[in-house]
Design a binder for this molecule. Structure first.
Ligand code: CA
Length: 233
């Protein structure tokens, strides 16, 4: 049974979230202060975290969890509809965010989704070798061999598009259509330059250059398996 820690100083909100989580089978603890939360982080699989607490900022707790051995996933509750808050929360290490007002059902759905992503794949369903390139569309984070890589919006969208069908070839026209949409006058050279930038970042993060493969005369594809050890450049 997954253990969820709800860190929220408004009792009505905290109890409502806890009620729905318990009803759905999660072992749920409520902390109404940062100090109380700090004592519980080691036991939690997931933390639902309000950013504005009476004795400090939720951001401090995110940093503390990420610096510690605690493995808890974190979903931030933001009462301010502020993009800056959400971006800062994700940059600090939160896995997802929900903006108040929210429905408790939405929280439960997010908890399930985040725990699913965080769970190690079960041996029976795990692929023989995990893909070295991973994108998370919810947080817009990309990883190369487990290492975070900072991509531009276009680079991320190109990678996410191609990763939807690993091993499949995408023509430049298809990529333009999916990343920019209709009505944009994007030249093939522009695509090539974005893909070049993307590949450079993948290589800098320790990935192989041929993870993003040029299919001559057609377009591009991402490898559907980790490249072999001898496949250097
Ligand atoms: Ca609060």
């Amino acid at each position: 049974m997954a253990k969820v820690l709800v860190v929220e100083d408004e009792p009505a909100i905290a109890e409502s979230i806890a009620y729905f989580l318990r009803r759905d089978g999660f072992a749920t603890t409520v902390a109404t202060t940062l100090a109380a939360a700090e004592r519980e982080i080691d036991k939690a699989d997931l933390i639902i975290l309000d950013l504005m607490l009476p004795d400090g900022s939720g951001f401090d707790l995110i940093g503390q969890v990420r610096r510690s051995a605690a493995r808890a996933a974190i979903i931030v509750l933001s009462s301010r509809d502020s993009e800056a808050d959400r971006v800062a929360a994700l940059e600090t290490g939160a896995d997802d965010y929900v903006t108040k007002p929210f429905s408790p059902r939405e929280i439960v759905a997010r908890v399930r989704a985040v725990l699913r992503r965080a769970a190690p794949p079960s041996p029976s369903t795990a692929p023989a070798a995990p893909l070295p390139l991973i994108v998370d569309e919810a947080t817009r984070r990309a990883h190369v061999n487990g290492q975070k890589v900072d991509l531009t919006r276009v680079e991320f969208d190109l990678l996410a598009c191609m990763l939807a069908a690993p091993g499949g070839v995408f023509t430049r026209a298809q990529l333009i259509d999916r990343v920019w949409g209709d009505g944009f006058a994007i030249t093939d050279r522009t695509i090539d330059s974005h893909v070049k930038g993307l590949r450079k970042k993948v290589v800098e993060a320790g990935g192989d250059a041929d993870l993003i493969e040029t299919v001559r005369g057609v377009g591009y594809r991402v490898a559907d398996r980790p490249s072999s050890a001898e496949g250097g450049d």
